[in-house]
Design a protein around this ligand. Structure first.
Ligand SMILES: [Fe+2]
Ligand SMILES: [Fe+2]
Length: 228
């Protein structure tokens, strides 16, 4: 009996020993994927959100071109503007800029670094929200001529705004927070993102902007390569 018990125990260990790695592979894969997502550093996270903004700015750019062309071939559904501006509102203004306002700007202000720049960036966030509100309202009315100058103002402000953040503000963050705080901030951003969007907000935003680009005919990257 003793020997049998031993064999039974060994075989159950063997069985669970075999079964365990199978479960673990799936678990490990999920864990690895989660870790890879968590690996996005604070600045990379903010800069790739600027990438989403840039892709919407391309849609704004093309919209301005088509409104100015003012012929029937250039006519387009105002919904493209409503949806693009809606994505800016949800993903940039209410999420990305909120991260900057709640977690980045106060650290610079407290450290007394780039205070004038931060003041201008804050003012521009507010101005951007006013423009977006007006762009959505006019797009809902289908008033393309009223939208055009606001799209132009938005582009003119946000290109230098985000470029200054990418090249001056974000790089300086390393000098005002410790390595540990920098890493913790990235993890905190990840948690806020999951809570805000119920998943990976960046992936969702990229999918949405891709869909809008396709609808508007600006998705194919090769079309922007000069012919010669
Ligand atoms: Fe900003
Ligand atoms: Fe930004």
């Amino acid at each position: 009996m003793k020997r049998r018990t031993f064999i039974m125990q060994s075989s159950s260990i063997l069985v669970s020993g075999l079964a365990l790695p199978l479960v673990s592979v799936a678990e490990q894969k999920a864990k690895k994927k989660q870790e890879e997502e968590d690996d996005v550093s604070t600045n990379e996270d903010l800069m790739r959100e600027h990438g989403v903004l840039n892709r919407i700015l391309l849609i704004y750019d093309e919209a301005i071109r088509r409104i100015q062309a003012n012929d029937k071939d250039a006519k387009f559904d105002p919904a493209i503007i409503t949806k693009s501006a809606g994505l800016i509102k949800k993903f940039i203004e209410e999420y990305h800029e909120k991260l900057e306002e709640d977690h980045l700007f106060p650290r610079f202000e407290k450290a007394g670094k780039l205070v004038d720049l931060v003041k201008t960036l804050r003012t521009q966030h507010a101005a951007g929200r006013t423009l977006t509100g007006r762009i959505i309202a006019n797009a809902n009315k289908g008033d393309m001529q009223a939208i055009r100058p606001d799209l132009a103002s938005f582009l003119r402000m946000y290109r230098p705004h985000e470029a200054r953040e990418d090249t001056v503000l974000f790089p300086t963050l390393h000098s005002i927070v410790s390595k540990h705080e920098y890493d913790a901030l990235g993890e905190q951003f990840d948690q806020i993102e999951r809570k805000t969007f119920g998943g990976d907000g960046f992936d969702m935003a990229v999918d949405q902007v891709t869909e809008l680009e396709k609808q508007f005919g600006v998705y194919d990257l090769a079309q922007f390569t000069p012919k010669a």
